[in-house]
Design a protein around this ligand. Structure first.
Ligand code: PMP
Length: 404
């Protein structure tokens, strides 16, 4: 039963808060109206619920309700932001700038842009995964339609300097998109402080339901729609809203706004126990920024240990964590046939000659100290066992012996 296990993969999704579920329940059953058909009471109730959720999500990030467009989730929001802003920028602006560590839902949205003749500049990151604001300054041009830099990286936890980067974009007059999927609801995201024009949010990453996301559009930002149909969501996103999920996103936003400080404290405390315990494992390398990182996000790789094997063994011990999709077969259209490290790991300089994987423990508000202890008790034995089976480790040992 997965419920008896210690879940440390909150970056992939979070459990629904039962209070959010209660807020959603009536919209599955009694209140089934369509917000666009509001001449009658059922439609009115749905419209009011969606409008209220819009105000609640806006409040989480210091925005106005009219600046929130509901979507199906982060992927759709990122697609709308990247493709919509590129098209919305108008003729003559056919250059887009992104960081090297963006999520696939930003990176792969660039494919149709490249095919349409847009030029893409990909900004490198340093060994902690941080984008250099000076590099942003140098990359922006008169014909740049869009800059997209994420707030926090889900794989390595690093928080990007989106404030300074946004001020540079603003000076240059370039539309700035921030993917805040991993950060919103966990650390403050405030559009009065971050000069972003577009911000991606996802409900299931902060204890809300799957199937609801939002794109914040600062007043005056030009974005062309990606879906065509009715006039829902101010014309940016046609189609009947997923009313229960939207209501859930609003409820989750209220809770996050109230409670994220307490959650972060709890996560940081548990995270520290985990960091401290990991120090006992030899040849373990932390990834991401040592301090500018998401609370309760612990990521690392271990020399001579294949990440996915480690995760399988952990799962057998009742501990669920994730890998940064290292050693995945090559999905990104490179020519090499061999296994490749994740793009993010490669970007921060993790050697890709040995098949490693970064392990990500992303803690949640429901995790306990006992669960962290379970992970720490299991890890050293698993690492030892996998290392003993690793051909690269045997080579390493032979070299050590020869070298005296
Ligand atoms: N952006 C980031 C930073 C993510 O980590 C993810 C995945 N959780 C996404 C976008 C896409 O989210 P989803 O699959 O929920 O659409």
């Amino acid at each position: 039963d997965p419920m008896t296990k210690a879940f440390f993969d909150h970056i992939s999704t979070t459990p629904l808060d039962p209070r959010v579920f209660e807020a959603m329940r009536p919209y599955f059953l009694d209140r089934y109206g369509n917000p666009s058909s509001h001449i009658h009471d059922q439609g009115q109730a749905a419209l009011r619920a969606v409008d209220q959720a819009r105000a609640e999500v806006a409040a989480l990030i210091g925005a106005k309700a009219g600046e929130i467009v509901f979507t199906s989730g982060a992927t759709e929001s990122n697609n709308l932001a990247v493709l919509g802003a590129a098209e919305g920028a108008g003729a003559g602006k056919r250059h887009v700038v992104v960081s090297e560590v963006e999520h696939f839902s930003v990176m792969n949205a660039l494919i149709p842009l490249r095919n349409a003749g847009y030029e893409v500049t990909v900004l490198p990151v340093d060994r902690n995964g941080v984008v250099d604001p000076d590099a942003v300054r140098k990359a922006l041009r008169a014909d740049t339609a869009l800059l997209s830099v994420m707030h926090a990286n889900s794989e390595i936890g690093t928080i990007e300097p989106v404030g300074p980067i946004g001020r540079i974009a603003k000076e240059a007059g370039v539309t700035f998109h921030v993917d805040a999927t991993a950060s919103a609801g966990h650390i403050p995201v405030d559009v009065r402080e971050i000069p972003a024009d577009l911000v991606t949010l996802s409900a299931h990453n902060f204890y809300g339901p799957k199937g609801a996301g939002a794109l914040y559009l600062r007043e005056g930002t030009k974005v062309a729609p990606r879906t065509f149909g009715g006039f829902q969501e101010m014309g940016y996103r046609a189609g009947t809203e997923n009313v229960p999920a939207v209501v859930g996103m609003g409820a989750a936003a209220i809770l996050a706004g109230r409670e994220m400080g307490a959650w972060a404290e709890h996560l940081s405390r548990l995270g520290k126990t985990l960091w401290d315990g990991l120090a006992a494992i030899p040849m373990l390398h932390y990834t991401g920024h040592p301090s500018e990182r998401l609370p309760g996000h612990v990521s690392f790789w271990v020399e001579h240990v294949e990440g996915e094997s480690l995760l399988l063994f952990l799962n057998m011990k009742g501990v669920m964590a994730a890998s940064g999709s290292a050693c995945s077969s090559n999905l990104r259209g490179h020519d090499e046939e061999d296994l490749v490290a994740s793009p993010v790991l490669r970007a921060i300089g993790v050697p890709s000659d040995i098949c490693t994987g970064s392990i990500t423990f992303s803690l949640g508000k429901g995790n306990t100290a006992d669960e962290v202890r379970l992970a720490l008790d299991a890890l050293p034995g698993i690492v030892e066992r996998l290392r003993a089976m690793s051909p690269t480790y045997l080579d390493y040992q032979k070299r050590q012996v020869k070298g005296g």
